[in-house]
Design a protein around this ligand. Structure first.
Ligand code: HEM
Length: 217
């Protein structure tokens, strides 16, 4: 059957269940409903450090790839904001006090593997993180600010100072997804990789919940 939907819409439709599972993870749900602690939030920021280090390092290496290049923008770069957040939240020695959880280590390995071998796979990971940060991330930021009294320090990760209109930015990003020179088979592979990325995010929330439970015990 021919695909009648633009690719970006097909992608969203076929991954909405993956999104719902990530969004609905207990760890995230607790943070969003006031049951999570400031430490929980910091633990999440620490894992973002490793994830974005991998995405942004591999993006730099792939910046001349004709498939990847249209999706890259300096306006998206998150690592400096994450570093500043961690310095604010954990102090000068923040780097020595964080380490990747098992799911983060696997997630990072997967990002590096696909980035080295498969441009469409890299785009799948890039899409899953940045379009999410520009969407639900904005809701998360508002709630974290309200709950933990953050102004901008501590939630810089969610502040895209160079993107005045996230909606327009996301629309342009989706147009580029629609314009990518992928046949149906490649589109399916990219969709599957987005599902893989959602799965990593859901599993990471489970890791974070388990770490929290074991430190309370
Ligand atoms: C509390 C957690 C979350 C909330 C409340 C949330 C909320 C939302 C909302 C409202 C949108 C739609 C925005 C729009 O149509 O413009 C969205 C889109 C998106 N979210 Fe989330 N989200 C959450 C977690 C996540 C996670 C963990 C990921 C993956 C890392 C993610 C990835 C995405 C992506 C990729 C989109 C864009 C879908 C598309 O339009 O193609 N979200 N989110």
């Amino acid at each position: 059957m021919p695909n009648l939907l633009p690719f970006s819409q097909e992608l969203r439709a076929r991954t909405s269940r993956g999104h719902a599972e990530s969004e609905g993870a207990d760890f995230m749900g607790d943070l969003m409903t006031g049951k999570g602690t400031r430490e929980d939030y910091i633990a999440l920021v620490a894992q973002h450090y490793f994830i974005y280090e991998a995405i942004e390092d591999t993006a730099e290496r792939r910046k001349n790839d004709p498939i990847v290049a249209p999706f890259l923008s300096d306006k998206l770069t998150r690592l400096p904001a994450i570093e500043a957040d961690l310095r604010f939240l954990l102090g000068e020695n923040w780097r020595e006090s964080i380490s990747p959880l098992p799911t983060t280590a696997s997630y990072v390995a997967r990002i590096r593997e696909v980035a080295a071998t498969w441009p469409g796979g890299f785009v799948a990971h890039h899409y899953t993180r940045y379009l999410g940060d520009l969407s639900g991330g904005q809701v998360i930021r508002t709630i974290m600010q309200r709950q933990f009294g953050f102004d901008t320090n501590g939630v810089g990760f969610y502040l895209f100072g160079d993107i005045a209109k996230p909606r327009e930015f996301k629309d342009t990003y989706r147009e580029r997804l629609d314009a990518a020179p992928w046949d149906d088979a490649e589109r399916s592979r990219v969709i599957d990789e987005v599902l893989v990325a959602y799965r990593f995010n859901t599993d990471l929330f489970r890791d974070l919940a388990e770490t929290k439970a074991s430190s309370v015990a």
